[in-house]
Ligand binder design. Structure first.
Ligand code: FES
Ligand code: FES
Length: 170
């Protein structure tokens, strides 16, 4: 009989910026960022939908880019700047987005909305005045079974306008 001996994986220490706070913790190298954020750090705004990179419900922003946290290994967060939906209201752009989503009726359920907000935020961070086509592309990885995309596209344009007005008043 073959003796299969499995060594336990050694945990690794990671340190990263999470919603503007420094976080240090030990993680299993095979743990996903999604599990760490939700189960270890209690940030349950990030949702688990498919778990295989197809629905976008788990979207977070890492170094300015939207990524699927279910496909990101926790050690990949080390040294990075991470924002979850909980951190949105701490930024002027996040506040503009939340306002625009509320005013356009874009938040129809709490499941897809956090991921769509994060993808929209990542878009506006890199491109403050996106075209409709660029906005469609940015949220193309976020599935909404109710297909409320028209309102979301309106919200992105509205947030873009609110942000540029705020910027011009600074
Ligand atoms: S849960 Fe990550 S893409 Fe669906
Ligand atoms: S509004 Fe969330 S799945 Fe459609």
């Amino acid at each position: 009989m073959t003796d299969i001996h499995k060594e336990p994986m050694e945990s690794v220490s990671i340190t990263f910026q999470l919603n503007a706070e420094t976080v240090t913790l030990s993680v299993d190298p095979s743990e996903s960022a999604l599990i760490v954020l939700r189960d270890r750090l209690g940030l349950t705004g990030t949702k688990e939908g498919c778990g295989i990179g197809e629905c976008g419900a788990c979207s977070i922003i890492v170094d300015g880019k939207a990524v699927n946290s279910c496909l990101t290994l926790a050690p990949q967060l080390d040294g990075r700047n991470v924002m979850t939906v909980e951190g949105l209201s701490d930024t002027p752009l996040g506040q503009s987005l939340q306002k625009a989503f509320a005013e356009t009726g874009s938040v129809q359920c709490g499941f897809c909305a956090p991921g769509i907000l994060m993808s929209s935020c990542a878009l506006l961070l890199s491109n403050p005045e996106p075209t409709r086509e660029q906005a469609i592309e940015a949220i193309s990885g976020n599935l909404c079974r109710c297909a409320g995309y028209v309102q979301v596209l309106g919200a992105i344009q509205k947030a873009s306008r609110i942000s540029s007005i705020n910027d011009s008043q600074d």
